[in-house]
Design a protein around this ligand. Structure first.
Ligand SMILES: *Cc1c(COP(=O)(O)O)cnc(C)c1O
Length: 369
């Protein structure tokens, strides 16, 4: 990691203590209150739990510290995405999104936003720059794409889309602020599902939006308050706790994934592997220029649907589940959701188990499927 990344990671769990008085609890309290003491003129004080919450403020301060940008929290990654779309787009606008990214935003646009007069187009991540960005009010990238792990040049997209007047958005869920920093590459708004690695324990849904554009943040903040898309204090507290160990978890996950991906690439039972950290991966050259780590997701293709299912089911250190980024390794066959991948394609989310023990379990399971 770079020095500035290390400095951010080191000071993250000390943000709260700077504000303490003698005798205060060292850990951030969960504040369970829908209302606040508010006699007289309400200006300048916390007013109501849909507008504000001391526990959100704590996790927003931590996320702002990591993103180096103002952050707003949401009850899920999709709440963050839908709030960015609905707060910033108007009838007649068009959005460009990846055809190979997380599928729910495409369904949301198709089923609900087109009804409101917001159009959209899709384009593969690997050729995202082709065709330019003329006519788009918003351009959303997701790189590496989930689950195919193709990448696009964030800085080039940000520059070209901005010159056409589009708002640029990056879904940075697969990388976290420790693995990739889209705002530093010129993107207007970064968002993520903190359900994944930031919380990291498969027990909370959460999301956030961050931007260095104060006007966009204020518009989205007002949307959140009016639409009521707010997280609960307990979820916010759990994510705050998760963020304190994100650096060490993500470091282990990426380091293990680098080793496991290269061994999978040489494995006789594996037909092909996608991992941006592999030298001969189509994403590698570009990944090296904009990603600080290669991530914790590996795409591997086995010979058939049956072999892929058996591999997932027989490996004792793989949880058969959707989602990714948790302390436990997990995997799923993405074709079961209709993703445009081979029937035997498995998305492996490498967790925090000791690397060699995890590899032995994966290798044994592959040999017996
Ligand atoms: C999971 C995910 C989301 C949605 O997040 P939720 O917290 O499940 O709403 C959005 N984008 C990407 C890339 C994801 O992986």
């Amino acid at each position: 990691m770079t020095d500035s990344q290390n400095a951010r990671a080191a000071s993250l769990s000390h943000l709260h203590s700077a504000k303490l008085s003698r005798g205060d609890p060292l850990s951030t309290p969960i504040v369970m209150s829908s209302v606040f003491h508010l006699p007289g003129d309400p200006a300048g004080a916390r007013q109501y739990g849909r507008f504000d919450s001391p526990t959100w403020e704590a996790v927003e301060a931590a996320l702002a510290h990591l993103e180096e940008a103002e952050a707003l929290v949401f009850p899920s990654g999709m709440a963050a995405i839908s709030s960015v779309l609905l707060a910033l787009l108007s009838s007649g606008d068009r959005v460009l999104i990846p055809s190979d990214g997380y599928y729910t935003p495409r369904v949301l646009l198709e089923k609900h936003l087109t009804r409101l007069g917001i159009g959209y187009d899709t384009r593969p991540t690997a050729t995202f720059l082709d065709g330019g960005f003329s006519g788009y009010g918003m351009v959303l990238v997701e790189t590496p794409s989930n689950p195919g792990l193709d990448v696009c040049d964030i800085e080039a997209v940000a520059k070209a889309a901005r010159s056409e007047g589009a708002i640029t958005v990056a879904d940075n869920t697969t990388m976290t602020p420790y693995g990739q920093r889209p705002l530093d590459l010129g993107i207007d708004i970064v968002l993520a599902s903190d359900t994944k690695a930031p919380n990291g324990h498969s027990d909370v849904l959460f999301g956030h939006v961050a931007s260095r554009n104060a006007k966009m943040i204020e518009t989205i903040r007002e949307w959140r308050k009016l639409a009521g898309v707010i997280p609960g204090p307990f979820e916010a507290w759990l994510v705050l706790r998760g963020l304190e160990t994100l650096e060490v978890r993500f470091d282990r996950m990426c380091s293990s994934a680098e080793i496991i991906a290269s061994r999978l690439a040489d494995h006789p039972m594996v037909q092909s592997v996608r991992y941006p950290g592999l030298k001969d991966d189509p994403s590698h050259a570009l990944a090296k220029t904009q990603m600080l780590r290669s991530g914790s997701l590996i795409g591997l293709t086995l010979a058939s649907k049956e072999k892929a299912e058996r591999f997932i089911d027989t490996c004792p250190l793989i949880e058969a589940t959707t989602s990714f980024g948790s302390v436990h390794t997990s995997a799923e066959r993405r074709a079961r959701w209709g993703d445009d991948v081979a029937e035997g394609f498995v998305r492996l989310s490498v967790g925090c188990e000791p690397t060699e023990t995890l590899w032995e379990a994966i290798d044994t399971a592959l040999k017996t499927t």
